[in-house]
Write a protein that binds this ligand. Structure first.
Ligand code: ATP
Length: 248
């Protein structure tokens, strides 16, 4: 069944890391059953926002709710899958041992290992030690861990980085299938070409969301012919308006 309720709602969210304010009063709504792209320059605050949503980031003020519960609430643990930028897997275990270990921790069914191995395309290397995998294979094991237990919300921090175009295309196909079956996906990326694969795009710059639109809507509102150009125009427009960066 498609879950059309809001998966994530943030209101006036402020996050500091160390002494620096990273997110400045962010308002955000992520509808259920969509692939939402989180895009923006390096250091804009995408990872910080994702960490706040999964409940791993101390919040200065404001609120973040996931499926109507405060982020980090224990009942959300099994409803959320998170893939961090650096692969969080055990080097001395094989691909399938890694997946089996994490699915036990989650209480997910044993059949999840085969399902996930197939979904992330790691069948040929399933018995290889993680230490012997390529960078792209390692990140796919991490993605596989996030898919265990079939969570309602997947928060994926640059899941396609380092992957060749064929694999990237396959993973975006997987994301679309998951969304069609009701999963909500929040996916960060630096590859603007991937923007067109999302249902909705959030552009983050200097700790603020400066655009929230569909891929087609962003092209229309900026008059750009591709998303690279659209984002450049939006970032330049925002920089010229002088709203970013000063809040401390
Ligand atoms: N542990 C930390 N302590 C203090 N500041 C941090 C910490 N981690 C990140 N930051 C700062 O927070 C800001 C946002 O970082 P964040 O990782 O959220 O950006 P990002 O948009 O995900 O960047 P990238 O695309 O490069 O991954 C950056 O200015 C960064 O220097």
């Amino acid at each position: 069944m498609i879950d059309t309720r809001d998966a994530v709602v943030a209101h006036a969210l402020v996050v500091r890391r160390g002494r620096t304010e990273i997110l400045h009063s962010v308002d955000l709504r992520v509808a259920g059953g969509q692939v939402v792209g989180l895009l923006g320059p390096s250091g804009a605050g995408k990872t910080t926002l994702m960490r706040a949503i999964i409940g791993a980031q101390h919040i200065g003020s404001g609120t973040v709710e996931v499926f109507g519960r405060p982020a980090g609430h224990r009942v959300l643990r099994r409803q959320l899958g998170y893939m961090a930028q650096s692969a969080a897997i055990y080097d001395d275990l094989t691909v399938e041992q890694n997946l089996d270990y994490f699915r036990r921790v989650l209480g997910a069914p044993a059949s999840d290992v085969d399902r996930v191995v197939a979904e992330v395309g790691l069948d040929p290397v399933r018995r290889n030690l993680a230490s012997r995998l390529s960078g792209g294979q390692r990140s796919r094991v991490s993605l596989g861990v996030a898919l265990l237990g079939a969570p309602r919300l997947l928060v994926l921090d640059e899941p396609t980085v380092g992957l060749d175009p064929v694999l990237r295309e396959e993973l975006w196909g997987l994301f679309a299938r998951l969304a069609a079956s009701g999963t909500t996906l929040l996916v960060s990326s630096h590859v603007m070409d991937e923007a067109r694969r999302c249902d909705r795009l959030l552009l983050v710059r200097e700790g603020r969301i400066i655009a929230d639109d569909t891929p087609a809507g962003l092209l229309a509102s900026t008059g750009a012919s591709d998303h690279d150009e659209a984002f450049l125009r939006l970032v330049r427009r925002d920089a010229a308006s002088g709203t970013g960066g000063e809040a401390a």
